[in-house]
Ligand binder design. Structure first.
Ligand code: DX5
Ligand code: ZN
Length: 208
C-alpha cells in the first residue's frame, strides 16, 4: 500500500524533523482548510512552500476550500505535485481541473462521506485520481467509516485505471480492509505521527 502521511497530526513546533521521520513515504499529505468548507483552519501555501526544499517526496495537497480555484496558482508555486479538491465546492469543477492540469499538476476530486459516488461520473475521464473521505473532513484522529469502501468498489468497477486514495482514520487496524478493497493510497495522520515510532508505523502500513 502506498502511504501519504498527513502532517496535520505532526508536531507543528518541529515540522522539519517530523518530515524527516517519514522519509520513506510515498506522498506527503497536506490538508488545507478555510474555516468555511470545514469548521477548522489549518495552514496555507507559505507553509507548504517552506517544507518543499526539505524533501523530494511528492506533495499531495488536499484542498478543503469553498473556493479552491483562486488558490491553484499559489499551491502550484508552493510545489504541489497532486492537488485534490472537493466535488462539493462552490467553484466550477471544469475550470478548477483546467487550472490544475494546465500547470502540469495531477488533479483529483474528493468526496465527503455523504456524497454519492455517482457525483464523480461526469468527471471520471478527466481526473487523475479520486480521494474518498473515510471521516467527515475537518479534523484528524476520527474513526474510520468502513462503509465508504463500497464507493471504492464502484469506482474500481467503472474506472479500474484510476488510482483511489482514502483519507481519515487509517491505522494498523483499518488498513487491511482498505487493502482488500483495492485502495491504492492511504492517508494516515495519527496512524503515523502519533505512533511511538513513526518510521516503523509507516513501514508497517506500507507492508499491506
Ligand atoms: C481530515 C483530513 C485528513 C486527516 C487524517 O479532514 O483530510 O487528512 O489529517 O487524519 P487521521 O489519519 O488522523 O484520521
Ligand atoms: Zn486530507
Amino acid at each position: 500500500m502506498q502511504i501519504a502521511p498527513s502532517i496535520l497530526a505532526a508536531d507543528f513546533t518541529c515540522l522539519g524533523e517530523e518530515i524527516r521521520k517519514v522519509a520513506g513515504a510515498d506522498y506527503i499529505h497536506l490538508d488545507i482548510m478555510d474555516g468555511h468548507f470545514v469548521p477548522n483552519i489549518s495552514y496555507g501555501p507559505e507553509l507548504v512552500a517552506s517544507l518543499r526544499p526539505l524533501t523530494k517526496i511528492p506533495f499531495d495537497v488536499h484542498l478543503m476550500l469553498e473556493h479552491p480555484r483562486f488558490y491553484i496558482p499559489a499551491f502550484h508555486k508552493a510545489g504541489a505535485d497532486l492537488i485534490t479538491f472537493h466535488v462539493e465546492c462552490k467553484d466550477s469543477i471544469q475550470e478548477t481541473l483546467d487550472a490544475i492540469q494546465s500547470r502540469g499538476i495531477k488533479a483529483g476530486l474528493v468526496l465527503k462521506p455523504g456524497t454519492p459516488v455517482e457525483a464523480l461520473w461526469p468527471w471520471i475521464d478527466r481526473i487523475d485520481l479520486v480521494l474518498i473521505m473515510t471521516v467527515e473532513p475537518g479534523f484528524g484522529g476520527q474513526r474510520f467509516m468502513p462503509l465508504m469502501l463500497e464507493k471504492v468498489r464502484k469506482i474500481k468497477e467503472r474506472a479500474p485505471h484510476i488510482p483511489v486514495e482514502v483519507d481519515g482514520g487509517v491505522n494498523e487496524e483499518t488498513i487491511e480492509a482498505c487493502a482488500w478493497a483495492d485502495v491504492d493510497i492511504c492517508v494516515a495522520g495519527s496512524g503515523v505521527f502519533r505512533a511511538k515510532d513513526p518510521e516503523q508505523a509507516l513501514k508497517k502500513l506500507q507492508s499491506y
